[in-house]
Design a protein around this ligand. Structure first.
Ligand code: ADP
Length: 204
């Protein structure tokens, strides 16, 4: 089965992914963990391009979207599809939804364009469940004490549009589960594990 985690930065995504992977492994499952963009040699190089500050490299929104998509296509073919074929559980830090929300809802690209390229990119490999960790932008900001990367530096208004984008996508896609991330680490984890456990047992 394939699970992905998404949401604005600072909501506790990395924390919850770690717990979720441990929980899955404790049940005897083989877990393949990955991050999008990244996890393949090509994907990690694209990730560097996208997230490091370099004033000499300008990246248009459309180029940015396509770079994310290229990294993802490689991730699907090199890691996710083979792991699923081996019967493993795949857990990804972000996936196509992030592109739809960052470049479509919050960026300036037409949503339909991002969706269409997205379908070509994933080539049928979609998550069984996407956990969107959701909390107010202000509260997420307060949790983020580290230095911001290029994507995170886009301001509070952009982050509010991201949050609205995630909620709008969740309203039309039953695979997307909005999780109240303002609660304690354990409470958030339990909500996610409950949903996953039901999904796993319904498939077995
Ligand atoms: P993200 O990966 O979404 O940016 P992190 O998992 O790195 O978020 O968490 C950001 C910060 O908030 C970390 O210092 C983490 O320990 C803390 N944190 C995560 N989840 C919670 C929570 N439920 N309650 C309080 N603090 C949290």
């Amino acid at each position: 089965m394939f699970f992905s985690f998404d949401g604005i930065d600072g909501v506790g995504k990395s924390t919850q992914i770690d717990l979720f992977c441990q929980w899955m492994r404790a049940q005897g499952r083989t877990v393949t963990q990955c991050r999008d963009p990244g996890s393949t040699p090509l994907g990690e190089r694209i990730r560097d391009l996208l997230l490091t500050h370099d004033d000499s490299v300008s990246i248009h929104r459309r180029s940015e979207m396509l770079l994310y998509m290229a990294a993802r296509a490689q991730l699907v073919e090199e890691i996710i599809r083979p792991a699923l074929d081996r019967g493993e559980v795949v857990i990804s830090d972000r996936y196509l939804l992030a592109n739809i929300v960052y470049q479509g809802h919050a960026g300036q690209l037409p949503l339909e364009q991002v969706r269409t390229v997205g379908q070509v990119t994933i080539d049928g490999v979609a998550p069984d469940a996407v956990f969107v960790l959701d909390m107010s932008v202000g509260a997420a900001d307060a949790r983020m004490a580290r230095e911001l990367d290029r994507m995170e530096e886009q301001g509070a208004e952009f982050r509010r549009r991201l949050r609205e984008g995630y909620l709008a996508e969740a309203a039309v896609d039953p695979a997307i589960h909005v999780i109240d991330a303002s609660r304690s680490i354990d409470e958030v984890h339990e909500s996610i594990a409950d949903i996953a456990a039901k999904l796993v047992s319904s498939r077995e």
